[in-house]
Design a protein around this ligand. Structure first.
Ligand code: GLY
Length: 573
């Protein structure tokens, strides 16, 4: 277990008084989570319950909720709300997400609370008069936002929870009201986005201050606390109607935003039928469209399963090559075939059938790179700031949640008077179908903008059973790299026999069909690169891939890892 000291006591008298009140308010005497001093725990074993997510405070809150009698759904609600405060880059109430879960009675549920295109959206809304894509409009500022889904998603899972909602939201309210100390990584992130916050807001959000942020500073978000109180007291209507809805629409009118009161009132989370498939003794459940995550994962795992290449082992040139080729082919299908199934006929049966998948990989030549120009399809570039929560409780409930604002801090626009960031998820649509965007990637008609339609996602929350029993909860942020990160983390456990810490943290690689390159993390071994280059692969070094949170249940123990690439942390008991 690695512990990293990142917290600081706040010595100002008035703040200390607030702290004392704060600590006892939300979790009861003797059950304190201290927002002014906390540690990161990266890898641990527990007997009863565990949480892994992007911030230590949110993980501790989730574990504490389960200690107080809540189940994994209670923890999922409390952790998402806490992350909306302590991890503003991706935790959110102004974004959307997907939840997949398995209850102790074996029921599987999948809840889609992806954002939708506003009623006044149209497929050419980001084109100028000459038909050129204006990507700055889909990526930042008020026009970039879809109608948020997170609060509707949270209230859709509430019937599966046990505790009173007021208890679940109170930690988030107190963290927003009284503040929490930020880490060095958070300070740097806020500082580097300062100009974008100034540019995209007509008021000064809590994330901007005159001097630079530094580790140990306290971030308070009083307006966000008031919004959370409205949600606590009025339920989903505290967000989608009344004061908060009026503030969202007023913020839209400060610029070129198009979300209306009607769009907000009409937003609904949807129940989806999960995709599931076998891999050896394991049964894997992934999220269906409008996420591409589950189908890409299914295709990649089925393409490599039982091949001689994969049996050569972790980081062997043979296994790595077939994984790259599986990635290339699965991503080629993404842009052409995938979109919101309520608006586009997604050929999901064909794409997931054994015959199709066997045929898809049949032209793979061992020792020789395929060429993406020979493989139909394309891919849309997505920003990589998203966040994942893995939870397991003492009754055997598995909850896997991936939620996002899209880019880091979403549209960078904070709703004036309401204190929360809006998403820039409209950029996940194909802004101009069939034409390469500024990242050299293309999307298709399947993912064109239509009012009320959900934009295609790569988010890939996953739960896994083994011989009918809970086995793995996993997911990650990372834009288009999400399915490959989940694929490689799962292969590391299931095929290569690693523990969760290694499975998550071993260097990853990514091929997304176009551009025709293999991206690799800095620690990807040189010997492996030297084996791949003569096969014809173009290798490109890049920054870290994903921040994976994984729980493995085996031998009556719960083993949990939080990715070492960020401030991520586990908690449990
Ligand atoms: N915005 C990231 C995703 O949904 O894939």
């Amino acid at each position: 277990m690695q512990k990293v000291f990142i917290g600081f006591f706040v010595f100002i008298y008035s703040i200390s008084n607030v702290c004392a009140q704060h600590k006892t308010n939300w979790l009861g005497a003797g059950k304190i989570v201290d927002p002014y001093q906390y540690t990161q725990v990266k890898h641990e074993f527990y007997n009863n319950a565990a949480v892994s997510c992007a911030h230590p405070l949110a993980s501790l809150i989730g574990a504490q909720i389960m200690k107080q009698g809540g189940n994994a759904f209670d923890a999922g609600i409390a952790v998402q709300l806490a992350l909306a405060v302590v991890y503003p880059a991706a935790g959110n109430i102004g974004g959307g997400g997907f939840l997949i879960a398995r209850k102790p009675n074996k029921e599987i549920i999948a809840i889609d609370y992806r954002e939708v295109a506003p009623g006044n959206a149209n497929k050419d809304m980001y084109l100028d008069k000459d038909g050129n894509a204006q990507l700055e409009l889909s990526q930042s500022g008020r026009m970039a936002s879809g109608v948020p889904g997170t609060i509707a998603g949270i209230f859709s899972t509430l019937p599966s929870a046990k505790l009173n909602f007021k208890l679940l939201i109170q930690p988030a309210i107190d963290l927003a009201k009284f503040g929490y100390v930020i880490t060095e990584r958070e300070a740097n992130s806020l500082n580097s986005n300062k100009n974008a916050f100034i540019k995209n807001n007509s008021h000064t959000p809590a994330f901007v201050k005159s001097i630079s942020w530094k580790a140990g500073d306290t971030l308070m978000q009083p307006e966000l606390a008031e919004t959370l109180i409205l949600i606590r007291d009025n339920g989903a209507k505290g967000f989608y109607e009344g004061e908060t809805a009026k503030l969202i629409v007023a913020e839209m009118k400060q610029g070129n935003g198009i979300i209306s009161l009607e769009d907000l009132k009409n937003y609904k989370a949807k129940i989806r039928v999960p995709l599931s498939f076998d891999y050896g003794d394991y049964h894997i459940y992934g999220f269906p469209p409008p996420s591409s995550g589950g189908i890409i994962l299914l295709q990649m795992m089925k393409m490599v399963e039982k091949t001689a290449n994969i049996k050569k082992g972790f980081q062997s040139p043979e296994a790595t090559q077939i994984m790259i080729e599986a990635e290339r082919r699965a991503y080629a299908d993404r842009a052409e075939h995938l979109g919101d199934p309520d608006f586009w006929k997604v050929p999901i049966k064909t794409l997931s059938s054994d015959a199709y998948i066997t045929n898809r990989i049949s032209d793979f030549t061992p020792g020789k790179a395929s060429k993406s120009v020979d493989i139909k399809g394309g891919v849309i570039k997505e920003s990589e700031e998203t966040t994942h929560i893995s939870i397991y409780d003492k009754d055997g409930t598995m909850v896997s949640i991936t939620t996002t604002l899209n880019g880091g801090y979403g549209s960078k626009t904070v709703v004036g008077g309401a204190g929360f960031l809006m998403n820039n998820e409209m950029d996940d649509f194909s802004v101009k179908p069939g034409v390469a965007n500024m990242f050299g990637a293309v999307g298709g008609e399947a993912n064109a903008i239509v009012p009320g339609k959900r934009m295609l996602s790569s988010m890939c929350p996953v739960i896994v059973t083994k011989n009918g029993k809970p086995a793995i909860v996993v997911g990650t942020p990372g834009g288009t790299t999400i399915p490959t990160s989940v694929f490689q983390s799962l292969m590391n456990v299931i095929e290569f026999g690693m523990n969760t810490d290694d499975a998550v943290n071993q260097p990853k690689f990514h091929h997304q069909h176009l551009p025709d390159e293999v991206y690799f993390e800095p620690k990807f071994p040189e010997s492996l690169r030297n084996a791949l280059i003569p096969m014809g692969y173009k290798l490109t070094s890049r920054a870290s891939i994903g921040k994976t949170e994984m729980i493995l249940i085996q031998n009556n123990k719960i083993e949990v890892a939080a990715d070492r690439r960020g401030d991520d942390s586990v908690a449990g008991f």
